[in-house]
Design a binder for this molecule. Structure first.
Ligand code: FAD
Length: 365
């Protein structure tokens, strides 16, 4: 029984908003101003959709996981998964971020009529994110690459619903996949159902939009072509060359609260999750989480779109360690926020978090 004012008090005004965009455009009161959202008018709706789909309002995540991934073995580190692969597109596609796997999975979705539309985050300048709901493969092929500025692109969920879309493929950061699952999980029976397939992206952080001002000041009269994430920062590729920007320089621009409370690096509620394969940049890491994800992956291989290799054991350990590192760091942040009076969006005492909590509390000592 919570609505817009609760969203305002618990999420928008506390800075825990992840800017997934899923709450936008359902009502005229929530406005997006660059990289933050505001409630422009006091809302008296007692049961708001905005509150019910927000990934930062209290959620029984175990129940959500059970609904979509009940048949999949679960790991504490990277959630439910059947298998992890090293993957790349057989034929690379211009602008692809890593191995081009995501674009080829989406191509299969549209070409084989598995979904009516896909929801993407595109860009006109390789950095500013724009939401795109499309059925056009050519548009999809122009939307390759990662936009590291936080993008409220899931605002287009309402467009899909209003256009009567019955099947939808979404690509999103972990918070966005959480939002779309909550949207479906909490859907009222009288609302039309949309058959979803969720492609999740790995995500350690996304950036506030003033990062663009930083780039404009540091590289005047230049144009961004691509941003490549590195372990110690980013490689910025512009029209005039390539530069290294250190993690220290980037840190002031990472979303301080929105990302620092996130326990999910690998989009654990997706049907299939995709990230970089760090030791070989032209490849992806692919995590298969559901039979839907497996079917899509198998189709992309049998069509000859993707090349697959076994995942090295050492890399799987590294992936799990990186994911656990994020969970432990951010669990500590959630505990600290609770101590400051910010309502946690997870059940801190749930058995699901025991190991993470123990490690987080041990790390504090
Ligand atoms: C903010 C952010 C942080 C990331 N952090 C990590 C990380 O720490 N470690 C890691 O291994 N991988 C990370 N990734 C994922 C990585 O950058 C690639 O997206 C992934 O490896 C897929 O590569 P690809 O070549 O298959 O993608 P492509 O085939 O080039 O397709 C990219 C797809 O991503 C979608 N997209 C682009 N930007 C966004 C966005 N902001 N939100 C939602 N969808 C988007 C586009 O719609 C496009 O369909 C991050 C991605 C983002 C957007």
């Amino acid at each position: 029984m919570s609505g817009g004012m609760d969203l305002k008090n618990e999420v928008l005004n506390t800075g825990v908003c992840a800017l997934c965009g899923a709450c936008l455009d359902w009502c005229p009161y929530i406005k997006n101003i660059e990289d933050h959202l505001v409630l422009s008018f006091d809302c008296n709706v007692p049961q708001g959709r905005c509150y019910s789909l927000c990934p930062r309002t209290f959620t029984d995540w175990a129940a959500v996981n059970e609904r979509y991934l009940a048949d999949t073995p679960r790991s504490v580190e990277i959630g439910a998964y059947f298998k992890v692969y090293k993957v790349q597109a057989k034929k690379s596609i211009e602008g692809q971020q890593n191995g081009g796997t995501v674009t080829h999975l989406l191509k299969i979705l549209l070409e084989e009529g598995l979904v009516e539309r896909v929801l993407l985050t595109s860009s006109d300048d390789a950095i500013s994110p724009t939401a795109l709901l499309t059925k056009d493969v050519a548009e999809l092929e122009k939307s390759t690459g990662s936009r590291f500025l936080a993008a409220p692109s899931f605002r287009k969920l309402i467009t899909a619903q209003e256009e009567g879309v019955e099947s939808l493929g979404v690509v999103g950061r972990p918070c966005q996949i959480q939002a779309v699952r909550k949207w479906d999980f909490n859907k009222r029976p009288e609302r039309p159902a949309i058959d979803l397939i969720c492609i999740g992206l790995f995500c350690m952080w996304s950036l506030n939009w003033d990062f663009k001002d930083f780039l404009a000041a540091r590289f005047p009269n230049d144009e961004v072509v691509k941003i490549v994430m590195l372990e110690d920062g980013i490689e910025l590729v512009t029209k005039s060359g390539s530069s290294h920007i250190s993690a220290e320089e980037i840190r002031p621009y990472t979303r301080p609260a929105g990302c620092n409370y996130c326990l999910d690096m690998t989009a654990e509620l997706a049907d299939i999750s995709v990230g970089a394969f760090e030791i070989d940049p032209g490849w992806n890491t692919v995590v298969i989480r559901s039979s839907k994800g497996q079917d899509l992956f198998d189709k992309a291989i049998s069509r000859g779109y993707l090349v697959v290799e076994d995942y090295p054991e050492g890399e799987l350990n590294r992936l799990k360690n990186a994911s656990m590192g994020k969970k432990i760091r951010n669990f500590k942040n959630i505990l600290a926020a609770e101590a400051r009076g910010i309502k946690p969006f997870i059940d801190l005492d749930s058995a699901e978090y025991t190991q993470i909590r123990n490690l987080a509390e041990g790390a504090v000592k």
